[in-house]
Design a protein around this ligand. Sequence first.
Ligand SMILES: [Zn+2]
Length: 510
Amino acid sequence: MRGAINSGSIRLLWLLGLVVALICQIAEGQAADERKQLAFDAVDRNAEQMTAISDSIFYFGEPGMQEFEGTKLLKGTLEAAGFRVDLGGAGMPTNLWAEWGAGRPKIAIVTEIDALPSGSQTPLEFARKPLVAGAPGHMEGHNTHGGVASMAAFAVKQVMERYNLPGTVAISFGPAEEQLASRPFIVRAGYFKDVDAIIYLHIRDSLATGYGVQNYAAISSIFTFHGKTAHGAVNPWDGKDAVDAVELMDIGFDKLREHLRPTYRAHRTITVGGIQPNIIPDTGQIWWFVRDASMPDAKTTYDKLLKIAEGAALMTGTTWDVKYAASAWPQLVTRTIAEAIQRNIEMVGVPQWTDQEQQFARDFQKSAERPVVGLRATPEALGERRQSTSSNDNGDVSWVVPAGLLNFPASVPGIEYHEWHAAITPVSSISHKGQVVGAKVLAASIIDLLTSPELLEKARAEFLVESRKTPYFSLLPAETNPPVELNRAEMEKYRPEMRKFYLDKAPRFN
Ligand SMILES: [Zn+2]
């Protein structure tokens, strides 16, 4: 009898415990939903401020390292919203880091706002019509990142204040993503040392996240050979031909190609190829990109390329030097953070497109000779993404801190980036609605990371498994400084004409 009573009470206690746990879980879920609702309200209330930021950056049209007006605008908006802003860190005048709060957990948004050379285009015009002929412009839509990232961080700040949440929310706007030029420097400067997780933000034609290793590792270097001039007919034996060395380097690498892993990519352009045929050239230059699925494999090929340069110099009696141009690790994206983001993607959903927006998208696709499919009506399903062979320098960040990835639907399916077509929609209502959805999902996902130690712990454990298999190393030579002169001449040439299109807005969140 005693035994029966005991087992009965134990069962009762167990049931009671289960009910309490269930109630706690529901309450916790409700609290989380309330917090997210507060963030969503902040986004809805400030939607016009957000898109004013993104639209202003579109018209600034600044390529990498020249994001002066864009970062000035972001600094003003974020400081007015109470954020601490560090502009010009890691040796780059347009490197912007903003944060609010104190201590851990510290969650950062990682993104960029640079435009592309020759990308100027009149919004909503299907025909090629630059705002300023030849000028740079946003033919990928990085301008939208400025609004979405700032908006989400502000919405998170509102929630942290209201609920007295500990921790820090940060944004890293890295310069010159299009030239793979800044993230290794930002990592080297230690900005991510006390960061617990990041979410990498990028425009897309769909609402999506994903996981796995994305993009390729890349190393970009410029090789210069130095020889001795002589008359090509009178005394060629006195010359040392630096362009012969360039050719031999090219031939040498072609002989190597057969013996490289099938995953490799390598491409080059001859940037100094001589003067005229009857002058033996004393300078020759060749610029190489070496890529692979992992950085150690790319580095192995790159080391062989250095040997080939040495051999080419030896054969021609020239000397040589190599200058680091850029590098990028592939992006390591954790499944744990992707799953959390996906839950928020499903909660928020894609924008409600109007019939006019769908019609516009179909007309656009037709005029650009792409499949006429309109805008996407559903988010993408969660899955492991295929690794692409292009590169993105934010990859370096993802090997020092656990990373998630969010794409928001602010462009038209089938319209590829890096061509002028893609500059038709970044300030359209399609882009604006996509930004609202993007800011909501981003804010909700940061709230999850700030408030769930289990989530952070699991993401870190997953990150450690991968990052221990391939420990991060920097490709930056010790003495190398960031290429801050990048795109300067182009920007100086076009800025006076581009200035006429500036929106002159000073967006303020409330
Ligand atoms: Zn991009």
